[in-house]
Design a protein around this ligand. Structure first.
Ligand code: HEC
Length: 159
C-alpha cells in the first residue's frame, strides 16, 4: 500500500513536471537526473526487493561480496599472465558452489534469491572448468556469463 502511494506520487510528479520538461534546457535536465539519482540513494525510490536482513547478516553478506569481487580481480590477473590452472582453482574455491556457499545461500528466506545465488555459484564452477581448457576467449565468455549473475542480482535485490 505504502509502495503504491509512493509510486502514485512519483507518477504525479512526473506528470506535473512534463510541461517544464518540454522546455527544459540541457542544464535543467542534468539537474533533474541528478535529483532522481539522489532520491534512489536514500532508499525512497529504490525499487529493488529488500531481503530484510538483520545487522549481522548484512555484515556477513557484504564481507562475502567483497571476497567475490576480489576473486574476480584475481581471476582477471591470472588470465593476463596465462595462468589458467590457478584461475580455475580460484573460480572453484572462491566463487563455486562449495558446501559452505550452498549453506549460506540456503539461509535466505527469499526463494528466488536463493535460486539466483545457487545458479551464480554453479556458473562459477562452469567457469572453473572452462578456464582449465586454457582458451582466453572461452574463459572471458564464461566469466562474462558468471558476472551477468552479479549484475542481475544487484539490479533486483538489496539488503
Ligand atoms: C544472488 C545475489 C547476488 C549475486 C549473484 C551477487 N551479489 Fe553482490 N550483493 C548482493 C546484495 C543483495 C548486495 C547488497 C546490495 C544493497 O543492499 O544495496 C550485494 C553487494 C555487493 C557488494 C558491496 C559490498 C560492500 O562491502 O559494500 C559488492 C562489491 C558485490 N556485491 C560484488 C559482487 C560480485 C563481484 C558478484 C559476482 C561475482 C556478486 N556480488 C554477486 C547480492 C548478490
Amino acid at each position: 500500500m505504502k509502495q503504491s502511494i509512493t509510486l502514485f506520487g512519483l507518477l504525479w510528479m512526473i506528470a506535473i513536471s512534463a510541461p517544464i520538461h518540454a522546455q527544459a534546457t540541457e542544464h535543467n535536465m542534468e539537474e533533474m537526473n541528478h535529483h532522481m539519482m539522489m532520491q534512489s540513494k536514500d532508499g525512497v525510490s529504490d525499487k529493488r526487493i529488500s531481503l530484510q536482513l538483520n545487522p549481522q547478516q548484512k555484515q556477513h553478506q557484504l564481507a562475502n561480496m567483497r571476497s567475490h569481487v576480489q576473486a574476480v580481480q584475481e581471476i582477471i590477473g591470472m588470465l593476463s599472465q596465462g595462468k589458467f590452472n590457478h584461475a580455475s582453482t580460484i573460480a572453484h574455491n572462491k566463487l563455486g558452489l562449495t558446501p559452505e556457499m550452498k549453506k549460506m545461500c540456503n539461509m535466505f528466506d527469499n526463494a528466488n534469491f536463493r535460486k539466483v545465488g545457487l545458479a551464480f555459484h554453479q556458473s562459477a564452477d562452469e567457469l572453473g572448468d572452462v578456464l582449465k581448457k586454457g582458451s582466453l576467449k572461452q574463459s572471458l565468455r564464461a566469466l562474462h556469463n558468471t558476472m551477468n549473475y552479479c549484475v542481475q542480482c544487484h539490479a533486483t535485490y538489496r539488503q
